[in-house]
Design a protein around this ligand. Structure first.
Ligand SMILES: Nc1ncnc2c1ncn2[C@@H]1O[C@H](COP(=O)(O)OP(=O)(O)OP(=O)(O)O)[C@@H](O)[C@H]1O
Length: 289
């Protein structure tokens, strides 16, 4: 078993996953550095949610390796993976999935309480994060009294408050209005950057995440303002093609010819046997609290 590069907090090689025999990931390799914000885009059904499920330890890949620092996630027992998710990872789904009977601060504090943080400290951290995410005034309200964008900010506070090493966000802006999407994403990425939290997020809205870079025109890139992600990867039919600039519509690249693999230029091979044929393990992504 090869050791992962020292400077990657998360590293995966040759991931394969099939749902009921239908391949969702076909040899995906990725390396994520500590503090990096990586977005994964791609069309519907390209495998984004499955990739995040594997990387976050919710799904066990049928082939391949996943390392979190020096921990081989792919070989951990179910209990150890759940502990790893609880203690080191945060999760933001496309729906806030808050507990309706709890107030916003109680929802945000829940993962810390489950990790054994004292209730006073958990409440303090939860309220601070709600304030940082501009929903401090909602702390005592229940989810039903909040707007969807406020609920999603509470879910982001819940993911960030325990100071996880990595936050996984699966299409976190999907339920929001267009005007709120960039704002919520900016809130998530800014908060993660200031607290040195690594983020891997998926979106099928490339306009939201991709840096507005015009190749060969740095002035245009400067004028576009700061980018939300450090690196954007594109997943097509369960295969990754990396790059900083999205292919223009109609400029589809041939994934068979593309050796780019999302490892930040380390050149890790992705070309593995496509025939998987394993049955689905039927695991669905669930709330990581
Ligand atoms: N539980 C499941 N059972 C059967 N097939 C599934 C299941 N989950 C996903 N798939 C299939 O696996 C492939 C990858 O799905 P996945 O949800 O990972 O893609 P995605 O890029 O996240 O899609 P979307 O943008 O629609 O969320 C798709 O063909 C999908 O239909």
């Amino acid at each position: 078993m090869a050791a992962p590069p020292d400077n990657d907090v998360l590293w995966a090689r040759g991931l394969h996953y099939s749902h009921g025999g239908s391949p969702a990931l076909q040899g995906v390799s990725i390396g994520v550095r500590a503090g990096e914000i990586v977005s994964v885009t791609g069309p519907r059904g390209s495998g984004k949610t499955t990739l995040l499920g594997c990387l976050s330890g919710q799904l066990t890949p049928h082939k391949g390796e996943i390392w979190f620092n020096s921990v081989p996630v792919h070989t951990l027992s179910r209990t150890s993976r759940e502990r790893l998710r609880r203690d080191r990872f945060g999760w933001v789904g496309s729906e806030p999935q808050l507990i309706p009977e709890l107030t916003a601060w109680e929802n945000a504090a829940l993962p810390m309480l489950l990790c054994g943080t004292g209730s006073r400290a958990a409440r303090k951290a939860a309220v601070e994060w709600l304030e940082r995410l501009d929903v401090g005034e909602c702390a005592r309200k229940r989810p039903s009294a909040l707007r969807q964008s406020q609920r999603q900010r509470v879910a982001i506070a819940r993911a960030l408050a325990p100071a996880p090493a990595i936050v996984f966000a699966d299409e976190p802006t999907a339920p929001l209005h267009q005007a709120e999407r960039a704002q919520v994403l900016r809130t998530l990425t800014t908060a993660a950057r200031t607290h040195d939290i690594t983020v891997v997020l998926t979106t099928h809205d490339p306009a939201v995440m991709l840096p507005k870079v015009t190749p060969g025109d740095p002035q245009a890139a400067d004028a576009a303002g700061p980018t939300l992600a450090d690196r954007n990867l594109t997943l097509v039919d369960g295969r990754l093609s990396g790059g900083l600039v999205a292919p223009a519509p109609g400029d589809a690249r041939d994934s068979e010819d593309d050796e780019n693999d999302g490892t930040g230029g380390k050149g890790m091979a992705t070309g593995e046997d496509d025939s998987d044929g394993e049955d689905s393990k039927g695991a669905a992504c669930s709330l990581s609290v």
